[in-house]
Design a protein around this ligand. Structure first.
Ligand SMILES: [Zn+2]
Length: 325
């Protein structure tokens, strides 16, 4: 927070003190060296991906808009850089359509994968929606936490598993149309089902970068209690508070079971873990910007999610025995 205050103060100083200050402009636009470092994820790239996806140029990444397509292009380029291969045929893009009130909107998921070393036909599916609310009343809803953050974390996982292949194949899906219809996740799950793919687990990331209390939730163990010991294992060594909850029907609005893309998997009885933070002051506001995420927390959250997916991948055979009980 101190850094942010300093940058703002500096920019104000430039604005006031200098005529079209060249030096100031250069300093302000240079990607800042990250204040947070990490041995497990590329913190600078993680933050850069959030910054880029939540910049005004992306105009809030609304489903069915040119801005949505622009965000998708960015994600597909980053999939290539991360070393992923397209999962459906030749292209990363999987068309998503949604019809409402006689109007059909079209967008696309971006879906890649890393082949597993031991059980390539067994799939873990990591999801994060890249779409957001677009522009309303002239204000850009940049959606830094919701959900540029989940996509950026997914990209870090993708890069890491490309370098150090998993036991099982891991599908990485940046989904469209979560805000509103949820059509991206439904399209992905439907096609996996129709192709009779052996999907064992979904890990969904949606808002993982903004917590003043340093708390990340792993929801889903109410429905799939056999996941609990694996989450406890990771929580015990996590650099942030990893909590379980937000998945019980009696919690009403605080039950997140149906509130993001993991629900499409849950409906097909595919176990899920949903990673997310509690709602904050910038949730679904035009202030959900790169500047308001909590960077240190975000980097540690990404490390924790990587640890979780690595653990689940390694333990999947044991997990499957538990699932059958
Ligand atoms: Zn979201």
């Amino acid at each position: 927070m101190k850094t942010v205050t300093l940058i703002v103060a500096f920019m104000l100083a430039c604005f006031v003190a200098l005529p079209a200050g060249v030096a100031c402009t250069q300093t302000a636009t240079k990607p800042a060296a990250p204040a947070v470092s990490s041995n497990n994820v590329n913190a600078a790239q993680l933050l850069e991906d959030v910054r880029a996806l939540s910049s005004d140029a992306m105009e809030g990444r609304k489903f069915g808009t040119p801005a949505g397509a622009r965000a998708r292009g960015y994600v597909a380029r980053r999939f290539v850089e991360a070393g992923l291969k397209p999962f459906f045929g030749e292209a990363f893009e999987q068309a998503v359509t949604h019809t409402e009130g006689g109007k059909t909107t079209t967008g696309a998921n971006v879906v890649g994968f890393v082949r597993g070393k031991s059980n390539p036909s067994r799939l873990l599916v990591v999801t994060a929606h890249y779409d957001h609310l677009g522009v309303k009343d002239g204000k850009v809803y940049n959606g830094a936490d919701d959900n540029a953050s989940g996509v950026a974390a997914l990209l870090q996982l993708a890069a890491r598993f490309s370098r150090e292949p998993p036991e099982n194949s891991i599908v990485f899906a940046a989904l469209d149309a979560e805000e509103g219809p949820g059509a991206g996740a439904r399209t992905l799950v439907k096609s996996l089902k129709e192709a009779k793919r052996n999907v064992r687990l979904n890990v969904n990331l949606d808002m993982v970068s903004h917590s003043d209390r340093g708390e990340l939730y792993a929801a889903g163990t109410y429905h799939y209690p056999f996941l609990r010991p694996y989450i406890e294992q990771v929580a015990a060594r996590a650099p942030i508070k990893l909590l379980m909850g937000h998945d019980r029907p009696e919690q009403g609005q605080d039950d997140w079971t149906k509130q993001s893309d993991h629900y499409a998997f849950h409906r097909e009885k595919i176990p899920f873990i949903y990673f997310g933070v509690e709602d904050h002051k910038d949730y679904h506001q035009p202030t959900d910007d790169f500047e308001t995420i909590t960077q240190e927390f975000f980097v540690r959250a990404a490390e924790t999610i990587l640890d979780m997916v690595r653990t689940l991948d390694g333990e999947l055979t044991n997990l499957e025995k538990e699932m059958r009980k």
